[in-house]
Design a binder for this molecule. Structure first.
Ligand code: ACO
Length: 389
């Protein structure tokens, strides 16, 4: 049996801070309303040059430095995102190229705000079977690009960012011990983001029209219903995953929930009887970064000294789909864990510059090769119709 241990973690938040007051200067809202209903004061916004892939790369690079492993040792990269630049190439493929992770397979996973926990489960299973030794699991989002900035019910909630973990297989018990994944597609219309090519959206039916009856390519949400759904499934998920991991609830040291709203978590805390002090929250300054929120909060929890070796931590996600999921992780620091060396980070950054140059060279050599080879001409026999039956 191979256990999947988290041996590296990293996050990246764009530099630009957008406060509630700044939003209130554009739409009819105010700091007091936003803060008391959600716990959010500010969020980060990506600049024009940043994409889900560049944010994901920054987080992954930091996680690899912490894990002290080389990109060529990575076998699998999964990016959980709802805001990719392209359907294909996947965000994960772009990250693979930016890192120069030449031995890694790469794909994106779409499960909205539950995406990171789903992806963690996929990578854990791959490690468990022995087909993968090292995997990077990333949550990355540029939510600011899919918001209707005139819709005060949604634009106040979301922010941009990325978080990543490096998972490594080991025979030492610990790491990701159990997970759960759930979905209820009948609630898909409660929280939706149409793909660009689905506008208008005849195939999905009228329930996918936004609340004012129009189609749009921005997030549509029925906030109260999502609130009720989250308050119900989060306690159930925590109990289910704790049972799978053979933990009593009082053996849980920390819960890192999807960072959507402090009030949701307060209601979860009351329902399940785990004190708020055991829930790590950073929604105040990061907003809701969808699939990125759990790994970003995890990194901040580690930085704040909230996780000690051998602690039991639960990640719990919920969101569009509807989807919800949880993971039970025994935070074990492996004896073989190496500390990053002095200047290691700078040396690695140089390597990433080389990786991008190498990718460009490959593109050029492909273009030159294609020119030299000329256009492929159809087989003469096919042209004459000789092969027709
Ligand atoms: N500022 C001021 N007033 C507002 C704002 C705003 N930003 N937004 C709504 N209002 C008004 C409404 O128009 C309404 O006014 P009315 O009573 O005159 O009609 C009133 O406030 C109440 O509106 P509700 O939508 O019922 O407000 P609610 O208390 O439910 O709070 C909120 C809204 C914060 C969105 C809440 O429902 C919520 O947090 N829901 C969960 C959303 C969530 O977490 N989504 C993400 C999960 S999954 C994922 O991350 C993709």
């Amino acid at each position: 049996m191979k256990y999947a241990h988290i041996i590296g973690w990293g996050h990246y938040l764009p530099k630009q801070i957008l406060t509630n007051d700044e939003i209130a200067s554009e739409v009819d809202t105010n700091h007091e309303w936003i803060f008391t209903r959600t716990g959010i004061s500010s969020r980060r916004i990506a600049d024009k040059s940043e994409t889900a892939a560049t944010l994901a790369f920054e987080a992954a690079a930091r996680a690899l430095t912490r894990a002290n492993i080389h990109p060529s040792e990575v076998d699998l990269i999964i990016v959980a995102t709802s805001t990719p630049e392209y359907i294909f190439p996947s965000t994960a493929s772009q990250v693979q190229s930016y890192l120069g992770a030449e031995n890694a397979g790469a794909f994106d996973l779409s499960a909205a705000c539950s995406g990171f926990v789903y992806a963690l489960d996929m990578a854990t299973q791959a490690i468990g079977t022995g087909s993968v030794r090292n995997a990077i699991v990333i949550g990355a989002e540029v939510m600011s690009r899919v918001l209707d900035w005139k819709d005060r019910g949604t634009c106040i909630l979301f922010g941009d960012g990325a978080g990543a973990v490096v998972l490594q297989g080991s025979s030492i018990p610990g790491g990701v011990l159990a997970s759960t994944m759930h979905a209820d597609g009948s609630g898909g219309n409660l929280l939706s983001l149409p793909a660009v090519y689905h506008n208008p959206i005849p195939a999905l039916g009228e329930e996918f029209l936004s609340q004012n009856g129009t189609t749009k390519n921005t997030i549509d949400m029925q906030g109260r219903q999502v609130f009720r759904f989250a308050s119900r499934v989060v306690p159930e998920s925590i109990m289910e995953v704790a049972e799978k991991a053979n933990w009593n609830l009082d053996e849980i040291d920390l819960v890192v929930p999807h960072q959507a709203n402090v009030r949701i978590i307060e209601s979860v805390s009351k329902k399940i009887g785990i004190p708020m002090s055991k829930f790590f929250m950073n929604v105040n300054h990061a907003g809701n970064t969808s699939a990125a929120s759990i790994p970003i909060a995890l990194c901040e929890a580690v930085d704040a000294g909230r996780l000690r070796p051998n602690d039991n931590v639960v990640f719990v996600g919920f969101g569009g789909g509807l989807t919800w999921s949880a993971a039970a992780v025994n935070w074990l620091v492996l004896p073989s864990e190496k500390q990053p060396r002095f200047l290691d980070h700078e040396w690695r950054r140089m390597r990433y510059v080389f990786a991008r140059q190498r990718a460009k060279l490959r593109q050029w050599s492909r273009q030159i090769g294609a020119r030299l080879a000329g256009s492929p001409t159809p087989d003469a026999s096919l042209k004459d119709g000789k092969n027709k039956k």
